[in-house]
Design a protein around this ligand. Sequence first.
Ligand code: FES
Length: 87
Amino acid sequence: MEVVIGTTVIALAHAEGAIFAIDGICAHQGGPLGKARLEGCQLTCPWHGWQYDLATGKQLLSRTIAQRVFSTRVVGDTIQVRLPPIG
Ligand code: FES
């Protein structure tokens, strides 16, 4: 799913027993990774099919391309995402 925190768009996914948060704007042409297909820990962008590893953010064909990933934790019924400091 896609969530927006401030000005940051995040794709949030539950995969293989963990919650992952990755930059929700695809590095290719800005596709919505919050609407990507999820298979295991692999996310496929709905626009042109670039694929990313949820845990590392790395694009699967060109490992030099990577989305930012953010740490998450679950507190009660809430998913918390750690974003870098602003500024
Ligand atoms: S915008 Fe994501 S693959 Fe093209």
